[in-house]
Design a protein around this ligand. Structure first.
Ligand code: GDP
Length: 295
């Protein structure tokens, strides 16, 4: 039996969450077109035959963390480097930016093996262009242990990726049950679904500081009653999420309820309240309360 822990890094929007979700065959972490939607380090577990692969998904790297919340996000990344067998850095096949270079430099200083996963190859029309991608990095002195070109979204080359990744799994008993896909609580996953639906309807208008907390989860025989609270920092933000006469929050609830019913396997009665908690993203006590404070 082999079991390995892999840290996933990469600048926002390169497809980290998409890849973890597909490899774990479950909605573990939220995906969106808006960068920095993943706040806490989400662990996805993929057990394939005699191999167990544990992914530590990392939130978007903040180069100059200004707020407390951002500093905690960076700490999750530092934490994940310490305990992993291999680092998977993801980049976008369409470009190699300055941020990628900075991240690659810090990743390449680590003593653990590192693999560069070049994602979104489905968006490259002239595949010959990909040939020079790795050459250019190596010319710059950025040399990884392995490289692979994939498309997470179109599920291209994922088998080859798994083959490479399992090659870096040490011989070790499985850490999780074979049917575990994440160590996150159901409450956390429900709140992520709600946040994802808010992003779907509001896009860039969703205040960055929005945080969803599940206040009641009442599991009855045929139905689950859930009361969720979306905390924002200002009344104007509350009104944006509610929409005219509460029409938007109703749409968000309907979409979220549908996904949560799949998650819990029962009918769901969901109510989402929108409340104002001033400056929560810079308040240690509130971050703790919302489960966002790391060690
Ligand atoms: P993260 O911020 O790195 O976790 O990125 P996400 O997984 O949230 O993905 C950001 C966006 O890129 C989403 O709209 C995804 O659907 C999209 N995406 C991810 N992988 C691929 C891919 O292989 N091809 C294409 N075309 N889009 C992708």
């Amino acid at each position: 039996m082999k079991c390995g822990i892999f840290s996933i890094v990469g600048r926002p929007n390169v497809g980290k969450s998409t890849l973890v979700n597909i490899l774990t065959e479950q909605k573990v972490s939220i995906t969106s077109r808006k960068p920095n939607t993943t706040r806490t380090s989400v662990l996805g577990v993929a057990t394939k035959g005699a191999n167990q692969i544990i992914f530590v998904d990392t939130p978007g790297w903040q180069k100059k963390p200004k707020r407390l919340l951002d500093r905690y996000m960076n700490r999750f990344i530092d934490w994940s480097f310490d305990q992993v067998d291999c680092v998977l850095m993801i980049s976008d096949a369409r470009s190699w930016r300055h941020e990628d270079k900075l991240l690659a430099k810090s990743v390449l200083c680590l003593s653990t093996p590192k693999i560069l996963i070049i994602n979104k190859i489905d968006l490259i029309k002239n595949k010959a262009k990909l040939l020079t991608y790795v050459d250019n990095l190596e010319k710059d002195g950025l040399i990884f242990d392995d490289y692979i070109f994939i498309s997470a979204k179109k599920k291209q080359s994922l088998d080859s990726l798994l083959k490479i990744v399992t090659g870096y799994c040490p011989k070790r008993d499985f850490i999780y049950d074979t049917n575990t896909v994440t160590n996150k609580t159901l409450n956390f996953r429900i709140s992520e679904v709600i946040r994802e639906k808010m992003l779907m309807f509001l896009g860039d208008e969703l205040p960055y500081e929005t945080c969803v907390v599940i206040e009641q989860f009442d599991d009855r025989e045929k139905l689950v009653r859930i009361n969720a609270v979306a905390y924002v920092e200002r009344d104007s933000q509350r009104l944006i999420i509610l929409g005219k006469t509460g029409s938007l929050i109703k749409k968000i609830s309907t979409k979220a309820r549908y996904d949560i019913e799949t998650l819990v396997g029962k009918q769901v009665y969901l109510r989402i309240w929108v409340k104002v908690a001033e400056s929560w993203s810079d308040d240690t006590e509130k971050l703790k309360l919302f489960g966002l404070k790391g060690g």
